[in-house]
Design a protein around this ligand. Structure first.
Ligand code: ZN
Ligand code: MN
Length: 264
């Protein structure tokens, strides 16, 4: 069975794919972070890897090994870094990791690099690492281009209304909620236990952060909203919306391989 995941390729096959004009690599990024009692610690990494794989099949790209650790979970978007199971990188480490890995893939010959983010707090540090890597590669005479995105930003209004019929409160509060749980119910149903969902109102959060973190300010479930309304059907709506829209954006931004089927 052909694969888009480069860790499953031998070096010669990999080299042949990298050297084709329009070669494109998607780097999924996630976190190791608690997601309440009903889901595993690897949700952000699992979802970004799965979505990256589907987008890669649509556009003829390869997928790099996922970044399994992410930037510190923050109380207003991930429940907080103090929670058991949440194991994070600092900013410097994530910037360096992104810069080194992206720089290496560009040097090896990829024309297009896509960093597909699955953990809210990662974004600005991925931005810094990606910007540095591309800048350095330009100084070295290489012409690769790159894109950075968080997958949830591709959910359109129509899909939002279907998935959140009672109103949508924002992606930051979706930690362990309907978005991630619905996608997990579709992609990894055996890893979700809906009988353990704690049904509580959305977290009420201050518009500022305090240090040290105060565990009493976020729900003890570890989730920022309830996953009670999650379903695999909603997961399918979300997945289709995201993978179609991401693939369309990448097709419009990049010159991709003319015959994607050759990649598989
Ligand atoms: Zn998450
Ligand atoms: Mn997260």
């Amino acid at each position: 069975m052909p694969t888009v995941f480069l860790e499953e390729l031998d070096a010669e096959t990999y080299q042949q794919k990298v050297s084709q004009p329009g070669s494109t690599l998607i780097i999924p990024t996630g976190a190791t972070e608690q997601h309440g009692p009903h889901m595993p610690l690897g949700v952000d990494a699992m979802l970004s890897k799965a979505i990256s794989g589907m987008v890669a099949e649509k556009i003829g790209a390869l997928v790099a090994p996922v970044f399994s650790y992410g930037y510190k979970s923050q109380p207003r978007s991930g429940g907080g870094n103090h929670r058991v199971g949440t194991t994070s990188l600092g900013a410097t480490a994530l910037i360096s990791m992104t810069e080194d890995v992206v720089g290496s893939f560009i040097t090896q010959g990829f024309d297009n690099i896509v960093v597909l983010n699955g953990h809210f707090e990662n974004y600005q540090f991925l931005y810094e690492g990606l910007d540095n890597a591309v800048s350095h590669s330009r100084l070295a005479g290489l012409s690769a281009r790159a894109a950075l995105l968080s997958y949830w930003d591709f959910v359109d209004e129509t899909t939002l209304k279907k998935v959140f019929p009672d109103g949508f409160l924002g992606w930051d509060i979706e930690h362990g909620g309907v978005l991630e749980t619905s996608l997990m119910l579709l992609l990894h149903p055996e890893k979700v236990d809906m009988s353990r969902v704690i049904d509580h109102p959305p977290a009420t959060l201050t518009p500022y952060d305090i240090f040290p973190e105060d565990p009493a300010r976020t729900p003890s479930s570890g989730c920022l909203s309830s996953a009670k309304g999650a379903s695999a059907q909603s997961g399918q709506l979300l997945l289709d919306a995201v993978t179609d829209a991401v693939a369309d954006s990448l097709r419009s931004e990049f010159t991709l391989q003319t015959n994607p089927s050759e990649v598989n």
